[in-house]
Design a protein around this ligand. Structure first.
Ligand code: NAD
Length: 323
């Protein structure tokens, strides 16, 4: 792949599926200087995506998170209605269509033919492994998961997960590209449902539902435990480093002191339950007392601005204090 070899004349990359996540990816590549071809099968999405991206770029500019003007970044993005045309001459493809095996299988059959050979294709899939929808592709060795966090232009992590048949050189190439565009890629060595991020998130969510169900705390207070507690540290260090610092002699000391407690907690959850519809109704009702359904979009925009402020302050703290 020649994605990063000619920094002065960057080749186009393509984004397939331009919903929430695809539109976010377009910003990631365009702000790094890549011409971006955006393809979506839905004409309404094609007609509206540029306005959405323009609004996001304006917010990024107001937090000094892009150096160029929003118009300069937007000028690198084109929306295309024809898949083959959109794929011609691209150096990388990021797929972000619906999270179903059926839709992804259909899209990968088309990409197999339309994307120039040896050009890597990363899927934004949140948890379906690439082997579930690339098995029958002739060029499956260049296909893998490149799972972002939403929105990818604010949250940099990307999980790279190969299928058993993915060429490791292709994973290396996508790793380098992700670094080059300012993302934080990690390598998952083999397929596992939910990858790492959603397995960690799932563990927390499953425990949150269980605690709520058993009446230990309101949804609001469980949320507060993360927002005003655990989450503050998690914005700059992970669980292993956290416990390494939370016992005088480090992680082994922590494990000796608190390992038995965590083991006992884990044993109390040996019979995981599906999320119960009645429970979902209760949490939905509690959430709607705090946030009306019609205000969800406004709150999402607020969340993104909070994230922008946090990222700006993290960058300043890393400069002042070191990372
Ligand atoms: N929303 C998140 O928080 C999040 C985070 C990380 C990863 N993802 C993953 O990213 C992917 C996209 O999710 P989203 O939230 O952007 O969904 P979305 O519904 O907002 O967007 C999906 C887009 O794909 C388009 N599409 C569907 N079939 C297509 C086809 N055959 N050809 C071209 N375009 C097609 C749709 O028109 C739609 O615009 C999913 O795999 C999802 O799991 C989502």
């Amino acid at each position: 792949m020649a994605v990063t070899s000619q920094p002065d004349v960057l080749p186009p990359v393509a984004v397939v599926g331009a919903g929430l996540v695809g539109a976010g990816w377009a910003i990631v590549f365009a702000r790094a200087g890549y011409p971006v071809r955006v393809y979506d099968e839905n004409a309404k999405i094609r007609d509206s995506v540029m306005a959405l991206i323009a609004g996001n770029l304006k917010d990024l500019k107001s937090f000094h998170l892009i150096a160029e003007s929003p118009e300069q970044v937007l000028g690198r993005i084109t929306v295309q209605a024809d898949l083959a045309e959109a794929m011609s001459g691209v150096a990388y493809v990021q797929e972000s269509v619906f999270e179903t095996v059926a839709v992804k299988t259909k899209v990968y059959a088309a990409l197999d033919l339309a994307v120039p050979p040896h050009v890597p294709i990363g899927s934004s899939s949140s948890g379906i492994p690439a082997s579930a929808f690339t098995e029958n592709c002739k060029t499956r060795a260049r296909m893998m998961i490149a799972h972002p966090v939403n929105p990818p232009y604010l949250v940099p992590l990307v999980e790279l997960v190969p299928a058993p048949w993915t060429d490791s050189n292709q994973v290396d190439a996508v790793f380098d590209l992700m670094k080059a565009v300012g993302q934080e890629p990690i390598r998952i060595t083999k397929e596992v449902e939910g990858f790492v991020l959603n397995r960690l998130q799932g563990a927390l969510l499953n425990e949150a539902w269980a605690l709520f169900k058993e009446g230990y705390a309101s949804a609001e207070d469980i949320d507060k435990t993360v927002a005003a507690g655990l989450g503050l540290r998690w914005s700059f260090m992970g669980p292993f480093e956290t416990i390494d610092l939370n016992a005088p002699a480090g992680v082994a000391d922590y494990a000796q002191r608190l390992g038995p407690l965590y083991h006992s907690v884990a044993q109390s959850r040996r019979d995981p339950k599906a999320w119960d519809p009645n429970l979902i109704e209760k949490v939905e009702a509690e959430r709607r007392t705090h946030l009306k359904a019609e205000d969800l979009d406004a709150r999402r925009a607020w969340r993104d601005r909070r994230l922008m402020a946090l990222i700006a302050s993290k960058a300043k703290a890393a400069k002042d204090l070191g990372s």
